[in-house]
Write a protein that binds this ligand. Structure first.
Ligand SMILES: Nc1ncnc2c1ncn2[C@@H]1O[C@H](COP(=O)(O)OP(=O)(O)OP(=O)(O)O)[C@@H](O)[C@H]1O
Ligand SMILES: [Mg+2]
Length: 465
């Protein structure tokens, strides 16, 4: 749980450290290099002045050199060394003259090279420049100018220590902020984890309070949305279980009552007994229909994609009509069909039959004596349209949104009396959606309802026709 904080602080410290080290090193080294450059150019031009003044002499001797240097009046150097061509030091204001020089820079200058050296210590910049003295093309000696600059060194040291103090301050402040930031971040993450635990424990009504609009707030909002959907699903599930139990309870209670009556009444005549047995059979048939529909719905819920095949709507409607004819005759309802050829949909034959049959069955069941049903199928642009219109009792506008819900019936008593379970349209709805279609319900003019189902029209490649 603490690892994210450690990771964060480690990361911030590493970045900070790199930044501060750069801050301490870069300005100091670059200003030191600048001073080296400046020293080189100043010393080399001064050394050149001395060398050209001495080049007028035939030979470098202590007196003649002394005179020239006096005339030049060199100031600001910590040491001036002049050596003759044979290496003898003829002038040295910082050591003894007369001996052969052992100074390698002076020896290199006698060999014709210019040598610059500069060193920076905490106290001073110590620099020297050595160059040959030439006269008429020949090296007649060498000059070395040394300088000791403590002023600049002090300045650089002062900047260095100030930068160091400044860095420590920045480092401390940044670490405090990183600590605070990670604490707040961690606290918010913990709240989120805590909420997840609460919801995982079954409390779907729990919501996380989110503030701001950063990523964690976004995560919180997404979590709340997810919980809302979970709550909704859970509510639906509970309602479904209670509705389903209720639906199964009623016919079971009737069966129980009827069978009890038969068992307890020892003198029941054969005719009544047969009547009771027929009622038991009807209730059992209703139970069977309901459980079959529930199984269909659960299969559609699973979302297992059945293999799609080209299904001809005309054929499906003709099949459904064959089954419904007796019911239509009983209800005195006429069924008319306007089915175009070639209305093919990529779907599952059984699902398609359920869709067409349930819509047609409702149109007959909720119709009036002498009423009619019009079933039509046609291709329109990139859609295949199936319309089932009736002249029946119609569906009140307020109920139209709910009729696709499970166990929903507009007129409970009437629908149940006709053996309806309130599942037919749920199956239609889920099956239409499973095959990429849409369904809408409206009012039929002047009377009744109209259901319009639209499916995407398959390409000839898909149908293979
Ligand atoms: N064409 C229609 N005209 C009037 N009301 C309808 C029509 N179709 C459906 N309804 C209403 O919508 C309700 C739900 O229909 P649905 O087909 O889902 O259930 P059902 O017909 O009652 O039972 P089931 O179809 O499961 O046997 C019906 O109970 C009925 O009240
Ligand atoms: Mg129905």
């Amino acid at each position: 749980m603490h690892s994210i904080r450690i990771q964060l602080i480690t990361f911030i410290t590493a970045v900070l450290l790199i930044f501060l080290v750069m801050l301490n090193i870069y300005p100091i080294t670059s200003s030191r290099d600048l001073i080296f450059e400046e020293k080189k150019s100043a010393l080399s031009s001064q050394a050149a002045v001395v060398a050209s003044s001495l080049s007028g002499l035939d030979r470098l001797g202590p007196e003649s050199v002394g005179e020239v240097l006096q005339l030049l009046d060199l100031g600001g150097f910590s040491r001036t060394v002049i050596a003759a061509a044979d290496g003898t030091v003829v002038y040295d204001d910082g050591g003894a003259a007369g001996a052969v020089s052992e100074n390698e820079d002076v020896l290199a200058a006698l060999a014709g090279q210019c040598v610059f050296r500069s060193r920076f210590t905490e106290e001073a910049f110590s620099s020297s420049y050595s160059m040959p003295v030439t006269s008429r093309g020949a090296t007649i000696g060498a000059v070395q100018l040394c300088e000791h600059d403590s002023e600049r060194a002090e300045l650089i040291s002062a900047i260095q220590s100030r930068l160091m103090r400044f860095s420590l301050l920045i480092g401390a402040v940044a670490l405090v902020f990183a600590g605070l930031f990670s604490t707040v971040l961690l606290h918010r993450m913990r709240q989120l984890v805590e909420s997840i635990r609460i919801v995982a424990g079954g409390n779907y009504a729990h919501r996380l309070k989110t503030r701001g609009s950063d990523e964690i707030a976004e995560l919180g909002n997404e979590f709340n949305l997810l919980t809302e959907r979970l709550e909704d699903t859970e509510r639906q599930r509970r309602r479904f279980v209670s509705d389903a139990s209720h639906e199964l309870k009623t016919p079971l209670a009737s069966i129980r009552l009827l069978s009890d009556s038969i068992v307890q009444n020892g003198t029941m005549d054969a005719g009544t007994m047969r009547e009771f047995a027929a009622d038991i059979g009807n209730e059992a048939a209703r139970l069977q229909r309901t459980t079959e529909k529930l199984l269909d719905l659960s299969r559609l819920d699973d979302g297992v994609q059945v293999i799609s095949e080209p299904v001809d709507l005309k054929q499906t409607a003709v099949d459904a009509l064959a089954v419904l004819r007796p019911l239509a005759a009983e209800k005195d309802v006429k069924i008319r069909c306007e089915l175009d050829d070639g209305c093919v949909v990529m779907a599952n034959t059984d699902d398609m039959f359920h869709i067409v049959f349930n819509l047609m069955e409702n149109a007959v069941k909720y119709n009036v004596p002498g009423g009619s049903v019009l079933v039509s199928a046609k291709n329109e642009d990139d859609k295949v349209l199936l319309t089932v219109a009736d002249t029946g009792i119609g569906i009140p506008e307020a109920d139209r949104l709910n009729i696709f819900g499970r166990f929903y019936r507009v007129d409970k008593a009437r629908s149940r009396a006709s053996g309806g379970s309130g599942l037919g349209l749920s199956i239609v709805h889920d099956a239409v959606l499973a095959h990429g279609g849409t369904i809408a319900v409206g009012q039929n003019k002047p009377q009744g309802s109209v259901f319009v189902v639209s499916f995407p029209r398959p390409t000839s490649e898909e149908t293979g026709i």
